[in-house]
Every structure is written in C-alpha cells, then in structure tokens.
Design a protein around this ligand. Structure first.
Ligand SMILES: NC(=O)c1ccc[n+]([C@@H]2O[C@H](COP(=O)([O-])OP(=O)(O)OC[C@H]3O[C@@H](n4cnc5c(N)ncnc54)[C@H](OP(=O)(O)O)[C@@H]3O)[C@@H](O)[C@H]2O)c1
Length: 242
C-alpha cells in the first residue's frame, strides 16, 4: 500500500488531496499533517469515513522541533510521496485585497519572516528530516506546492513581494534537491503550481476549484519520473518557465 504524507491537511488543497488519495483505487495510506488536530474537524470527519487509511499527525511546519518530532514518530516508515502543501501569503490576504496586496512600500518584515519560515524553510526542513523515509519507499517523490507567482519570467505585473520571493526561493530549493537527492537517494523532487484555486488563499474569484486542482496534481505526481524531476509543473500537466 503506497503512503503519502500531506502537510496543511486541515483545509484547502491539503484537505482535498487527502480526500482524493483516500478515495483512490490504488489504496493509499495518508499521513495527514495539521497544526492543530483537535480543531481540524473536516479532516477528522474524513478520517472517520476512510476505514483507517488516514492518520492525523500534529505538525507545525514553522517549528523545526515539531518537524523533528514527527520524523522520529514515523522512524522506519516508508513515504512514497511527500507533499508540502502548507503555505501562506502572510497575515494579510490577496483574496481580500486583490492588487493592493503586497505592493512596494508596504512591507511588513515580520510578515516576510513568517512567510519565509513556512514557505521556504518549511519544505527544506521537511526534506532534511524525511529524506530517508522517502528514500526507502517505492516511488520516492518529494513535491512542494509552489505558485506561478514564483516564476520570474511570468512576472509582468509586479507587486506581491514576499509571497513571490518565497515561491521563487522554494523553486530554487526544489531544483537543487532534484539534483542532489537524485544522486544520493534516487529521489524525484519537483515544484508544482496548483493553478489559481478557490480556497481561503485563492479566494472566491479564482479560476478552478480544489477538486479539479487536486485531481490534476495527483495525475502529474503519478506521471513523474526521473526525466521530469527539478522542473516547474502545473496541475494540468503543462510546464512553467522559472
Ligand atoms: N489557492 C491558490 O490559488 C494557490 C495558488 C498557487 C499556489 N498555492 C499554494 O498551494 C498551497 C496550498 O494552498 P491553499 O490554497 O490550500 O491554502 P489555504 O487554503 O490558505 O490553506 C493553508 C494551509 O496551510 C496550513 N498552515 C498554515 N501555517 C501552517 C504551519 N505553520 N504549519 C502547518 N500548516 C500550516 C493551514 O493550516 P491551518 O488550518 O492550521 O491554518 C492550511 O491547512 C500553498 O503552498 C499555496 O502557496 C495556492
């Protein structure tokens, strides 16, 4: 039975990925990771109806001791696919503020630090902690949900400084890991843009719903092989320029 670990499984794309893996005919076991298990009621309801396939784990991706604790708790386990879905735009929200969000002259540097702790150092620390868990699996896939807003070439409208910078940075990290971990452990690492999705982060005016995004991402992940590592995939199977 293949195993997938998903961070940020309380809501949004992490929750929908968990739901779809739980229903998939391949029979996945899902390690669903959330900051606050006791208040993750939608995930708990999903787990209750998933015949033991979903286990819920406490994980604050900004807290390295929390990541290490989970790494030890899962020592000896195989993780076929690790998906870093937890992410943030900071305390304020693009969904509410639109183009006014994250503009030049409006930087809150404490917010920058939190965005980088979660979006950049989080996936790095997850990889450094779980590399052996992934390496001992059959599929050996390490995925981080990036964003088209991290593409430097696609940036034609400016703004959104902290979030864009965090996703460009995590793209650089995933590219390096694709090279290093392929050599050292046979791991396939890549960045994946979920589309503009109607979640708390994406807001109600986004292009697609979480069901379509997660279904597309699962197809892309299933099709990954060594030749597709270290690239910048979109949920629909197309590829982005860095
Ligand atoms: N939605 C879009 O349009 C879009 C577009 C491009 C990229 N993305 C990326 O896709 C990923 C998922 O986005 P989403 O739309 O699902 O966002 P979302 O609906 O805002 O959900 C964010 C998730 O991250 C979790 N989280 C926040 N801080 C955390 C922490 N310190 N430790 C662990 N989990 C934490 C939240 O948990 P709590 O419930 O505990 O707060 C929640 O589960 C993100 O990386 C995002 O940048 C989204």
């Amino acid at each position: 039975m293949p195993t997938v670990l998903v961070t940020g499984a309380s809501r949004g794309l992490g929750l929908e990925l968990t739901r779809q893996y739980a229903e998939a005919p391949e029979g996945w076991r899902i390690l669903a990771c959330v900051r606050a298990p006791s208040s993750a009621t939608a995930l708990q309801a999903l787990a209750d109806s998933a015949a033991g396939r979903i286990s819920i784990h406490a994980l604050d991706v900004e807290d390295h001791s929390s990541i290490e604790r989970l790494g030890s708790e899962l020592a000896g386990e195989s993780i076929d696919v690790l998906i870093n879905s937890a992410g943030t735009m900071g305390r304020r929200s693009f969904a509410e503020e639109g183009k006014q969000f994250g503009r030049f002259g409006d930087s809150d540097y404490e917010d920058w630090a939190q965005v980088f702790r979660l979006n950049v150092m989080g996936p790095m620390k997850m990889a450094e902690t779980f590399v052996e868990h992934v390496a001992r699996s059959d599929q050996k896939k390490l995925i981080t949900l990036s964003s088209i807003l991290g593409s430097i070439e696609k940036n034609t409208i400016g703004g959104l400084y902290a979030y864009r910078a965090s996703k460009s940075a995590v793209n650089a990290i995933m590219r390096s890991m694709a090279i290093d971990l392929a050599r050292s452990h046979g791991i396939i690492a890549t960045a994946l843009h979920p589309g503009w999705v109607r979640t708390d982060m994406g807001g109600p005016n986004a292009d697609i719903d979480a069901v379509e995004s997660a279904a597309g991402m699962r197809r892309v992940i299933a099709g990954l092989d060594a030749s597709k590592a270290g690239r910048y995939w979109v949920y629909d199977g197309s590829e982005l320029p860095w």
